[in-house]
Design a protein around this ligand. Structure first.
Ligand code: CP
Length: 305
């Protein structure tokens, strides 16, 4: 399978075979941590929006594999402040590196960047749209926890309206034989376009507003943060605030084997007591970002096939 020079923009662009191939490469890298496969490669991390895990795990991924990185985490220190366009920024930076990982607040920004870039663009999140590398590490974690991704009951819980991770993840899970359950307050339901995408593929999902209705069935409860920064109307945010939370009491609504996942950062939607439970796998999930991103960097630069 050839990923050399491919842009990684949306999970919708990838087939099941491609997803499985990337996951297999990431598993090999997790079990062989000392491979210097990215020696002499330079990654540019262009983060127009805040990030902890995505940016740092990309930078850790290339450093641990022998390469280097350049970039910015704060756009106020760049020539964007002087009015430079995204396309001019990309045309310039692609002359300094082998691959670009970019996060932007505008939906479609990564696609626009890929149209002018001479090096592969990896979308590290574009607005409320897509976060494909997060989805890959989510799939990797599911496979690591269960040994497979098939025949699972997966509940996506919380802010399904603005959470780009659940948009990408539900689309990726459409490739596997899973039962999806969308659990959210009415105000935060999965967007219609996302549900239509799944329905058109014949994917079955349920949509409920309470965990009580589906909790005992779930193998995975994937919790999301209320995406405060994407609410246009502060009143809408106030209404939604505090409308869902996972506590020790919530755990009684789940099966003892239900794994709790979260793309992180979390704020107050999961109580700290839950962090200590063996069901909580979200910090291991974040750690897996290194191997999945290393695999992608290796594949798009052509150092792994
Ligand atoms: N999950 C995720 O994208 O985290 P960051 O915003 O910290 O990168």
């Amino acid at each position: 399978m050839n990923f050399k020079n491919k842009h990684i923009i949306s999970i919708r662009d990838m087939s099941k075979a491609e997803l499985d191939y990337i996951l297999a490469k990431a598993a090999l890298l997790k079990s062989n941590k000392d491979l210097q496969i990215l020696k002499n490669k330079v990654l540019a991390t262009l983060f127009f929006e805040p990030s902890t895990r995505t940016r740092l795990s990309f930078e850790a991924a290339i450093t641990l594999a022998g390469g280097n990185y350049i970039g910015f985490a704060d756009v106020t220190n760049t020539s964007v402040q002087k009015g430079e366009s995204l396309k001019d920024t990309i045309k310039t930076v692609c002359g300094y590196c082998d691959v670009i990982a970019m996060r932007h607040n505008l939906e479609g920004a990564a696609r626009a960047a890929s149209e002018v870039s001479k090096v592969p663009i990896i979308n590290a999140g574009d607005g409320a749209n897509q976060h494909p590398t997060q989805t890959l590490l989510d799939l990797f974690t599911i496979k690591e926890q269960f040994g497979h991704i098939e025949n699972l009951n997966i509940g996506l819980f919380g802010d399904l309206k603005y959470g780009r991770t659940v948009h990408s993840l539900s689309m990726a899970l459409a490739n596997y034989n899973v039962n999806l359950h969308f659990i959210s307050p009415k105000l935060l339901q999965m967007p219609e376009y996302n549900k239509k995408y799944l329905s058109d593929l014949g994917i079955h999902f349920t949509e409920v507003d309470s965990l009580k209705e589906v909790g005992k069935k779930l193998d995975i409860l994937y919790v999301t943060r209320l995406q405060r920064e994407r609410f246009g109307d502060p009143l809408e945010y106030e209404k939604a605030s505090g409308s869902y939370r996972v506590t020790l009491e919530t755990m009684n609504m789940l099966s003892p084997h239900t794994k709790i996942m979260h793309p992180l950062p979390k704020v107050d939607e999961i109580s700290q007591e839950v962090d200590k439970l063996p069901n909580a796998v979200y910090f291991e999930q974040a750690h897996n970002g290194i191997f999945v991103r290393q695999a992608l960097l290796g594949l798009v630069t052509g150092v792994i096939q």
